[in-house]
Design a protein around this ligand. Sequence first.
Ligand code: SF4
Ligand code: SF4
Length: 244
Amino acid sequence: MRPDLAPEHVRPLTPDETFRFSCHPGVACFTDCCRELELALSPYDVLRLSNHLGLAPSTFLDRYALVEQAEGSGFSRVFLCMVDDGRASCPFVTASGCRVYADRPGACRTYPLGRGAFTTPEGCRHEMHILLTEPHCQGFSEGELQDITAWQKDQDLAFYNAMNDELLPILHHPRLIDDHPPEEHEEEIFLLLYNLDTFRLQLLDRTLALPFSLTKSERQELATEDLALLRLGIRWLDHVLSQR
Ligand code: SF4
Ligand code: SF4
């Protein structure tokens, strides 16, 4: 989403509302939306993109990402660096489209929707959506009417949303309030969620001291399974925050 989008181009969307939208190489604005972006990445986005490019996540982060220290009570945010080409283009946009399309970030899949999710104190998960009608985007005069469910299915978003929602307990942790922003070691664990090759290395050579023990089979799984490693990091950070 462009950072300067006016309020009249953003509106809440309920699950039973429909909208017309389609994006394809035939639209005159094709790839215009892949420039001048504030594109925040989740740990799962970085995992998918680095795998797609055949890079270790640490190399991907060095080449393509910018970590911005959060103000207030949140964790740092990781953004995709745009290219200095006079148009602030995404590093993955080409004349024929997105060169990482199969593993593009969740935000690119979700557009023209925006999604917010939260968990109630009772543990129920809720999500809210907005429709972003950016003036330059011609996709709104294309295609069939559809709703949120159809769009998420079309963009293969279910697993992205599920993985990103696994972060909610730490992002919205009740101990993480304005007076108590993340401490340095909590930030370090949070950034390891993005940097899974470094996390794995430190875990397996026992440089990291986890507050709980791992079985031999868990260690074996963590040596190769990225999602298990990501989930371990989330569990670790949740544990550390809960001990405050
Ligand atoms: S139709 Fe919208 S989403 Fe598609 S390329 Fe154009 S600006 Fe981007
Ligand atoms: S990752 Fe792909 S879809 Fe997303 S902004 Fe970059 S080129 Fe566009």
